[in-house]
Write a protein that binds this ligand. Structure first.
Ligand code: ATP
Ligand code: ZN
Ligand code: MG
Length: 302
């Protein structure tokens, strides 16, 4: 039996997730959102003293920056772009006629200047680059954004529009790799404190195509990506609820991020998958929050 379908159905039945008719696109109940809000407060508590600069971008980014990021080279299968009707009265009539006839009316839509944000940190690099050199103390940023990835699935932990909370660090190699290790340790402790079974493993991104396999192997061999895994829909195939990425100086080079001494900045980011963490809690402790272990409730709600 497919456990994923049944967990999704239970989430629908309980009202925690709301079916929209599209796999991976869900409404959420107040209770579901309350769990995410509580977990975000825990993140604030753990990371608060670090003095990160908080920035919030909308879930769409400048398409020119999206193009420059190279996302279409690595993950064309996941990308989403925003298109609009840009025609005149005559075009409008054809559009309505086309819809009336049940034909594909979307072909005439034109690309706008906006692409959907694929990861919370993407709009940050060009923003920081514009400010000029980063101080030798490094830069630390606190982000949260809806992200879009075209990966429709019946697995409730694989959504098309989901929220990612991120910390991004820019500085020397030593600085950003220490940052990443600190958050790997903190991530494990945080998940334990809310009663979740965790495991950290090396990982790779789903680079597209034949050339992508090489990139994925390289990323693994160099330990550039780690994931914090928690059982959500299956004990055997655990779900990545956090990821810890070291980009070396790749983004520094691409975006022109430099340190005050003129060297190219190294960057790293740690991301929390907020829906996945909420789902891990529901999978572990049950769909009724009132019945969760007292210690877990206390950690989340004081
Ligand atoms: P996976 O290997 O499961 O596809 P990922 O490697 O694509 O995950 P990242 O690109 O590192 O994940 O994204 C950062 C975090 O965002 C992940 O650790 C995860 O918690 C969350 N995330 C990624 N993709 C999804 C998705 N489709 N739905 C919900 N959360 C997601
Ligand atoms: Zn990131
Ligand atoms: Mg993925």
């Amino acid at each position: 039996m497919d456990m994923q379908v049944s967990f999704l159905d239970r989430l629908f039945d309980s009202g925690l997730l709301i079916d929209t008719g599209v796999d991976g696109l869900y409404g959420r109940s107040g209770q579901f959102e309350d769990v995410i809000a509580a977990f975000e407060r825990l993140i604030d508590k753990v990371g608060g003293a670090d003095g990160a600069e908080a920035i919030r971008f909308p879930p769409g980014m400048n398409r020119a920056y999206f193009e420059k990021s190279g996302y279409m080279k690595s993950f064309p299968q996941l990308a989403g772009t925003v298109h609009s009707f840009c025609g005149n009265d005559h075009d409008h009539l054809s559009l309505l006629q086309c819809m009336e006839e049940g034909k594909d009316w979307t072909k005439e839509q034109q690309a706008t200047d906006i692409a959907l944000t694929p990861a919370a940190c993407y709009p940050l690099y060009p923003t920081v680059a514009k400010r000029g050199p980063i101080s030798m103390d490094g830069g630390l940023f606190d982000l949260q954004s809806y992200c879009f990835r075209h990966e429709p699935s019946k697995d409730p932990a694989r959504q098309q529009l989901f929220r990612m909370r991120e910390y991004v660090c820019m500085g020397t190699e030593a600085h950003v790799t220490t940052f990443r290790q600190t958050w790997m340790d903190r991530g494990v402790e945080m998940m334990k404190s809310i009663g979740l079974d965790v495991e950290i493993d090396v990982a790779n991104d789903p680079f597209f195509g034949r050339a992508g396999r090489l990139l994925a192997n390289n990323q693994r061999d160099q330990n550039l990506k780690f994931e914090l895994l928690i059982p959500v829909t299956s004990q055997a195939n655990k779900t990545a609820c956090m990821s810890f990425n070291y980009h070396q100086d790749a983004f520094g080079q691409k975006w022109g991020l430099s340190l005050a001494d003129g060297s190219v900045a190294h960057t790293a980011c740690v991301g929390f998958g907020l829906e996945r963490i909420a789902l891990a809690l529901f999978a572990q402790h049950g769909l009724d929050v009132a019945a969760w272990p007292e210690a877990v409730r206390k950690t989340l709600w004081g």
